[in-house]
Design a protein around this ligand. Structure first.
Ligand code: IPD
Length: 277
C-alpha cells in the first residue's frame, strides 16, 4: 500500500534539490527582508519564490493533491489538513539564518495521506545533506541509514531547542525557566541552531539526544517527524500525549524516557494553532 507514494517521494527529492540550488545561489547575495507576524518573524523574496517554484511544479504533476506552505499560509491561505494527499512545505527553514548568511538553512517537504505522515524530505542547502524517510522503510542521510541516540540519562544529554517568534516578557520568562530546569538537571548542553528541521535531523542522526519547542509550525514538523520515527525515535506533544501536527509544539527524543522527562519538566508557551480559522 505505502509503495503507492514512492513516486511522489522521488519527485519530492528532486524538487528539494532544485529548490536547494536556488537557495544556495541566493545565499551569496543581498536579501530583501520583510516581517510577518512579528518583528522577528522574517521572510525574504527567496522564501516566496522558492515556495512558488515547489508548489507549482508539484501541482503540475499532482493536480488533485493539496498543499500547505509557509508563505501561502502567511498570505492568508487556510492551513487545514484533510484526508486528501497533502504536501506540507517549508521553502526555507532557517530564514533568519539565511538572512544573516549563517549556514543552517533547509528545504522541508512532508507528505500526509488520511492525516498520516507518509514521507519526509529535508535538504540542508549548504552542506548538501539530504535527509529522507518513508513510513516503514527507515531514515537516511545521503543514503546512509540513521539511528537515534539510546540515551535515557538527562545528565548525559545534548538538547536542542528553538526560540520561537514571541518575545513578550511572560513568554521569555517561561522560555528561560524551561531552559533553567533542564540545565539544573545537569544536561551536557543546550543548542539553538536557528532551524527547527535541521535540529530535528540532528536528533534523527543521534548527534543530539532531544529537541523541544513551542511556536514552530506544521511545515517545520511534518517531514522531520517521519525522519525521527523512522530513525527509531519518538515525537510527542509537549503534554506527553500524541504529536499534533497543528499544535505548534513538539518534544522529540531518541528514547521514550527522555521525551517524557522533557515533556514533564517544561511549561507551556501558548501559540495560536496552525489550523485556527
Ligand atoms: C523557523 C525556524 C526557527 C524556529 C521557528 C520556525 P522559518 O522557521 O525553524 O528556528 O524557531 O519556530 O518557524 O520561519 O525559518 O521557516
Amino acid at each position: 500500500y505505502s509503495k503507492q507514494w514512492e513516486g511522489c517521494m522521488e519527485i519530492a527529492v528532486q524538487t528539494a534539490r532544485t529548490a536547494g540550488q536556488v537557495i544556495r545561489e541566493a545565499f551569496k547575495h543581498e536579501k530583501e527582508v520583510s516581517t510577518k507576524s512579528s518583528p522577528v518573524d522574517l521572510v525574504t523574496e527567496t522564501d516566496r519564490l522558492v515556495e512558488d517554484l515547489i508548489i507549482s511544479s508539484l501541482r503540475e504533476k499532482y493536480p488533485s493533491h493539496r498543499f500547505i506552505g509557509e508563505e501561502s499560509s502567511a498570505a492568508g491561505e487556510k492551513c487545514l489538513l484533510t484526508d486528501n494527499p497533502t504536501w506540507i512545505i517549508d521553502p526555507i527553514d532557517g530564514t533568519c539564518n539565511f538572512i544573516h548568511s549563517f549556514p543552517m538553512v533547509a528545504v522541508s517537504i512532508g507528505f500526509a495521506v488520511n492525516k498520516e505522515l507518509e514521507f519526509g524530505v529535508i535538504y540542508h542547502c549548504l552542506d548538501e545533506n539530504l535527509y529522507t524517510a518513508r513510513k516503514g522503510h527507515g531514515a537516511f542521510c545521503n543514503g546512509i541509514q540513521l539511528q537515534v541516540s539510546k540515551e535515557t540519562d538527562m545528565s548525559k544529554a545534548l538538547i536542542l531547542t528553538e526560540i520561537g517568534a514571541k518575545r513578550d516578557p511572560a513568554t521569555l520568562k517561561i522560555f528561560s525557566g524551561n531552559m533553567e530546569r533542564l540545565l539544573k538537571a545537569q544536561v551536557h548542553g543546550i543548542r539553538v541552531i536557528g532551524s527547527a528541521t535541521l535540529a530535528l535531523c540532528q536528533v534523527a542522526s543521534g548527534a543530539a539526544d532531544a529537541y523541544y519547542q513551542f511556536g514552530l509550525h506544521c511545515w517545520d514538523i511534518a517531514a522531520a517527524a517521519v525522519i525521527i520515527r523512522e530513525a527509531g525515535g519518538n515525537v510527542i506533544d509537549t503534554s506527553g500525549g500524541p504529536l499534533d501536527l497543528m499544535s505548534r509544539r513538539i518534544v522529540a527524543a531518541g528514547t521514550v524516557e527522555m521525551a517524557h522527562y522533557i515533556a514533564r519538566e517544561i511549561q507551556t508557551i501558548t501559540y495560536e494553532r496552525d489550523d485556527h480559522n
